[in-house]
Design a protein around this ligand. Structure first.
Ligand SMILES: Nc1ncnc2c1ncn2[C@@H]1O[C@H](COP(=O)(O)OP(=O)(O)OP(=O)(O)O)[C@@H](O)[C@H]1O
Ligand SMILES: [Mg+2]
Ligand SMILES: [Zn+2]
Length: 228
């Protein structure tokens, strides 16, 4: 006899199929997330381009050394990370490298493009039904590691700020970690031209290593090399 506890999935009772009711009110069965997660090799939502990314793939260019150092400490720092900087400096690559490492070890992660998440959540508001599936919102609040990529491209929306605030608070309450990427720094995000509110950015700066990446656009540089 061991004291090991065996966790049962409360969505499917470990059958791998969970009951759902579709938009027409018809009851169906669908593959459960637990079944999909057990077989996944990368966290849900990870862009194909970054499926195999690790920190070893990161070329330590001038302007990115601090970011790489913070990324190397991520596994042990216990802090969140806010990567910001101009396009093509490697923010999403670093975030995905950390997500991949976390997923390999803990099997719980999610990558979202923040503007797409906002669109999806707004659509879900209009299709509430009785046995609603675990929504993407719940997942954002509870997944082991969440990457919120490209925050600040949804021009100053109050809806986005409030939704991200709620997700971030819920994650903080559970002790769950988040990685942000943005073209804007925290001052720009909280400023009058954007959210005009510092409640979320204050929490991000309190819980995160905030690190700037500088340099030219890596995509552009690769293109220039190929065409040379
Ligand atoms: N330091 C680096 N080493 C290796 N590849 C890099 C580096 N920086 C960027 N890249 C590559 O350049 C491309 C752009 O990087 P990435 O998508 O991470 O940029 P980003 O900072 O997130 O840009 P954006 O602000 O436009 O979202 C990717 O293909 C990425 O793999
Ligand atoms: Mg990016
Ligand atoms: Zn299940």
């Amino acid at each position: 006899m061991t004291n090991e506890t065996i966790e049962t999935c409360d969505r499917c009772d470990d059958t791998g199929w969970k009951p759902i009711t579709d938009a027409q009110g018809v009851r169906r069965r669908r593959r459960c997330e637990c079944w999909l997660e057990k077989r996944a090799t990368v966290a849900e939502g990870t862009p194909i381009e970054f499926h195999a990314s690790t920190l070893d793939n990161f070329d330590p260019r001038r302007g990115t050394q601090t970011a790489l150092k913070v990324a190397r400490m991520f596994a042990t720092s216990g802090r969140d990370v806010f990567f910001h900087g101009p396009v093509g400096t490697g923010k999403t690559l670093l975030a995905c490298a950390l997500l991949n490492a976390h997923f390999t070890e803990h099997r719980s992660g999610l990558f979202v493009r923040t503007p797409l998440l906002m669109l999806e959540l707004r659509q879900l508001e209009f299709v509430q039904h009785e046995f609603q599936e675990r929504t993407v919102f719940d997942k954002c609040c509870t997944v082991g590691l969440l990457v919120l990529d490209d925050v600040g491209t949804e021009k100053g929306s109050d809806y986005a700020r409030r939704t991200l605030y709620t997700i971030y608070e819920a994650r903080g309450d559970r002790g769950l970690r988040t990685i942000w990427t943005s073209n804007l720094d925290l001052d720009a995000l909280s400023g009058q031209d954007f959210w005009d509110d510092d409640r979320l950015t204050s929490r991000i700066s309190g819980r995160s290593d905030v690190v700037a990446l500088e340099g030219d656009d890596y995509r552009q540089r690769q293109r220039d090399r190929w065409s040379a």
